[in-house]
Write a protein that binds this ligand. Structure first.
Ligand SMILES: [Zn+2]
Length: 303
């Protein structure tokens, strides 16, 4: 028995077959997201990606998507600025109808965190705070293999907790002072440029690569990492999970990022949590795809 999974992001759409044990079968299909062309075009591209997969023995579809997703109805209820017209999209119904299979949709932060909790770094632990730090910052608290989705399906917007390192910095949500404004890869890069960094440097990856010979880069990385560590400690204090998992592209930046992140985390914990494990995820594993299928199966929508 096999399922299809599709993960719809602002720049890429990934699809794969997922087996009984949650493993990826074969090579996932990755297509670009026609993000400026409206929700119908994005849905059609998701269906295109699925149509390239082997359909034999497939029981249903697990969908992971950017935006705030009401997974009880399979609809997008909160816009993400990265996909034009995405709010209001009937995600599960639209894709399910097009491919002729039952479909369930969940937010990508929830899907990814569930994948980490069941198949990834937090596997074997009963509860986890998963903080994904990439271009943006998100995640979820997961307990007993259930992601906390919240009363408005918006739980896990960890990028929008305030941290002192972000004070005064604008966040894409329209507020200021949020973790994402400095802790994300985009935030780190923006801070570097705003503080007389080399204007030729075009990404957070390049900022990190310069820490040994560029004082502004070293400061940007240290500040960004400290913001993530401090926020992670605050989340640990709030949820008291078995483990905290730091994932996402920025978390793979090496010791010059991980050391200040871990110091800030340790400094921010309340005494009761001093022994809590902070795990840095291994990159890869298509965890949002696997999490989306795990969620769909747990809902009983696909067998
Ligand atoms: Zn914000």
């Amino acid at each position: 028995v096999t399922w299809w999974a599709v993960d719809i992001g602002g720049t890429k759409i990934a699809a794969a077959r997922v087996d009984e044990g949650g493993g990826i079968q074969g090579e996932p299909v990755v297509l670009s997201t026609p993000a400026g062309h409206g929700s119908d075009a994005v849905l059609a591209q998701a269906v295109n990606a699925l149509a390239r997969l082997d359909p034999s023995g497939v029981e249903g579809v697990g969908i992971s998507s950017a935006g705030v997703i009401d997974s009880s109805r399979g609809t997008v209820i909160g816009a993400t600025e990265s996909i034009a017209g995405w709010a209001g999209t009937e995600l599960a119904a639209g894709i399910g109808r097009a491919v002729g299979l039952p479909a369930t949709a969940i937010g990508d932060g929830h899907a990814f965190a569930l994948g980490e909790a069941v198949y990834g770094e937090a596997a074997g632990h009963r509860s986890a705070v998963v903080l994904a730090v990439g271009t943006g910052v998100g995640g979820s608290y997961v307990r007993d293999r259930v992601p906390l989705q919240g009363s408005h399906w918006a739980s896990g917007h960890f990028g929008h907790v305030p941290v002192p390192q972000a004070m005064g910095l604008p966040c894409y949500c329209g507020k200021t002072g949020h973790l994402e404004a400095i802790g994300s890869g985009a935030g780190m890069h923006r801070w570097y440029l705003a503080n007389s960094g080399d204007p030729e440097v075009s990404s957070a990856r390049q900022v990190v690569a310069r820490v040994d010979h560029d004082a502004v880069a070293a400061a940007a990385v240290a500040l960004s990492a400290a913001a993530v560590g401090e926020a992670a400690a605050g989340l640990a204090n709030a949820f008291d999970p078995d483990v905290v998992v730091i994932a996402g592209g920025v978390s793979q930046a090496g010791s010059r990022w991980q050391e200040p992140m871990r110091s800030a985390f340790a400094a921010g914990l309340i005494p009761a949590l001093q022994e809590i494990s902070l795990l840095v995820s291994h990159a890869g594993g298509w965890l949002a795809l696997r999490g989306a299928v795990h969620y769909a199966r747990a809902q009983g929508n696909v067998e």
